[in-house]
Write a protein that binds this ligand. Structure first.
Ligand code: SAM
Length: 250
């Protein structure tokens, strides 16, 4: 996958996009990551990327011309144009299913806003608009990093163990089951016996149930869309009305 980012702060991406799995993905040739400084497409001495808002009001607005020129030039870098994603609080709210959707693209261009955001006409250049949550950041750079990280780790070969992403929170529609590592006892807290039993069927069943319990406790909204079998649906129905009806511990 090729990820291009258009920004006025290309330096912000250096460490996050070189460390850990992003760095490995690049080393393995699974990710080509490039930043582009929007100021390279300005034509004045001060390399201006913003201007006053029409109609008045606080703050500045990103000028559309440098954005238009930059996006056209970045598309031209490869045979196929990039899937162009504007980061904006008014975009569709990012989640795991959008990460999966984006991971199918060969090329993505993330466009990072600053100031009070984009001139409304610039949005005609977007194929997609994404928000990473209901809060306002000072710029789209952190949002572009969040989305890139969530997308790239889904690419085959990026994570060490191919099932790592399959079992995780949200991928099955549920939160992930609790994880433990050595030592078996820490601060008087013991790792559940079932996980040390070596009985894979029991371990699977325990994990599934714990995932269900955790999701019911913390994110019951997810259960509406989760892929549950009829026994699980009945358990959730009962657990919602009666705590005592939860399945017994192993
Ligand atoms: N005036 C805009 C508004 O109220 O919607 C906010 C502009 S914000 C200060 C500047 C830039 O940060 C935005 O253009 C966008 O690129 C980015 N940004 C801010 N919050 C974001 C979010 N929740 N998700 C994605 N990008 C965000």
């Amino acid at each position: 996958m090729i990820v291009d980012v258009l920004t006025i702060f290309p330096g912000m991406f250096e460490e996050p996009m070189s460390a850990s799995m992003m760095g490995l993905a690049r080393e393995r040739g699974l990710l080509e990551f490039r930043t582009h400084d929007l100021r390279d497409w300005t034509h004045d001495r001060h390399k201006t990327t913003d201007d006053d808002p029409y109609g008045g009001g606080p703050g500045m607005v990103m000028k559309p011309e440098p954005l238009g020129e930059a996006i056209a030039a970045i598309h031209e870098l490869e045979d196929e144009p990039a899937h162009t994603v504007f980061l904006t609080p008014s975009g569709r709210r990012f989640d795991q299913s959008i990460a999966e959707e984006l991971s199918s693209h060969e090329r993505i261009l993330f466009v990072c806003g600053r100031y009070e955001g984009f001139d409304a006409r610039s949005h005609t250049l977007a194929d997609d608009e994404i928000s990473i949550g209901d809060y306002v950041l000072t710029g789209g750079e952190l949002a572009a990093m969040v989305v890139t990280d969530a997308v790239v780790r889904l690419l085959p070969g990026v994570l060490g163990h191919e099932d790592s992403a399959v079992d995780e929170s949200f991928s099955s529609g549920l939160l992930e089951y609790p994880q433990y590592t050595r030592p078996a006892v820490w601060n008087d807290l013991e790792v559940p016996e079932v996980l040390r039993s070596g009985d894979h069927a029991r371990i699977q069943a325990w994990r599934r149930r714990k995932a269900l319990e955790l999701t019911l406790e913390r994110r019951p909204d997810l259960l509406n869309e989760a892929d549950l079998d009829s026994v699980e649906v009945e358990w959730v129905r009962q657990a919602n009305g009666n705590v005592d009806s939860q399945p017994k511990e192993d």
